[in-house]
Design a protein around this ligand. Structure first.
Ligand code: DGL
Length: 282
């Protein structure tokens, strides 16, 4: 069983791409809606809540979990993978793994595999400016600029925090309001770049693909959008091909869990999803 974790409903954008890439696999989705948004919480809260969410997914039988939430991935994932998982293995002897969203995004942005050094690509200055839209906490960690520049010092990375955007989407705010907010954040980005346009943009928050069309409208027409759902799905498919032991069950069974179900965002999510989603409150 593959678990997918997010602070709320936004992770369904990732989940949807994962199911399309691996249609036969069993998935359990968990949205921690009760505690969302994570993006304005202190790091220790994000860490504690992410571990609690992972425990819930382990209890459902998930041995592989994708942390779809950018905030949780940049704040907590390294510690979880390096410290928490080995300790957890000692407790019950069950081998599990947890993947995040940063590695596939960096690979898509740089054109390099995570551990790859490729001088040819590193000399390609085509993609010279990347803008990252994300939550305040994700921006504060500096993970995306750090990891991109480490591999591609030729790329300039500019970050733009969108502090209220994920909560507005989660709360089902009207499109006119979302358009106004995105317009404001794009204007702030333009200010940072002295009105020079970025070559590409990372929508570095699970919720933003739900309003990717509004970002595309607000940005200059030829700015490429790096899509985290597709990048993460390709990475998961690759991972499973080399680690089939983590994903045994294959009945195309999909379970949706929420810690505090709220109906406001559902119409937008279901439109994106292309059908009804039945959540169980836990
Ligand atoms: N899921 C979070 C992320 O991708 C966004 C929503 C939140 O702030 O909780 O960063």
């Amino acid at each position: 069983m593959i678990g997918v974790f997010d602070s709320g409903f936004g992770g369904l954008t990732i989940h949807h791409a994962l199911i399309n890439a691996l249609p036969g696999k069993d998935f359990v989705y968990l949205g921690d809606n009760k505690n969302a948004p994570y993006g304005t919480r202190p790091p220790i809260d994000v860490l504690t809540l992410t571990c609690a969410g992972l425990e819930t997914l382990f209890a459902q039988g998930c041995t592989l979990v994708v942390v779809a939430c950018n905030t949780a991935s940049v704040v907590a994932l390294r510690w979880i993978q390096q410290q928490w998982l080995p300790a957890r293995l000692k407790q019950d002897g069950i081998r599990r793994n947890i993947l995040g969203i940063v590695v596939p995004t960096i690979e898509a942005a740089t054109g390099l595999r995570w551990h790859e050094e490729n001088k040819d690509v590193a000399n390609d200055t085509h993609n010279s400016t990347i803008a990252v839209f994300a939550t305040a906490r994700t921006v504060e960690t500096g993970t995306y600029p750090f990891e991109i520049r480490k591999r591609r010092p030729d790329i300039k990375v500019v970050q733009q925090a969108c502090p209220d955007l994920a909560s507005a989407i989660e709360a089902g705010a009207p499109r006119t309001e979302i358009r106004k907010m995105i317009g404001h954040y794009v204007a702030q980005l333009n200010g940072q770049l002295n009105n020079k346009k970025p070559d590409s943009v990372i929508l570095g928050c699970t919720h933003y693909p739900l309003v990717a069309d509004i970002f595309a409208e607000a940005l200059p027409p030829d700015v490429a959008i790096i899509h985290q759902p597709q990048a993460t799905a390709a990475a998961l498919k690759d991972y499973i091909a080399t680690h089939p032991e983590y994903v045994m069950s294959e009945n195309a069974h999909h379970v949706f869990l929420s810690t505090g179900f709220s109906a406001e965002a559902l119409p937008l999510i279901e439109k994106f999803w292309g059908g009804k989603i039945i959540f169980q409150n836990i």
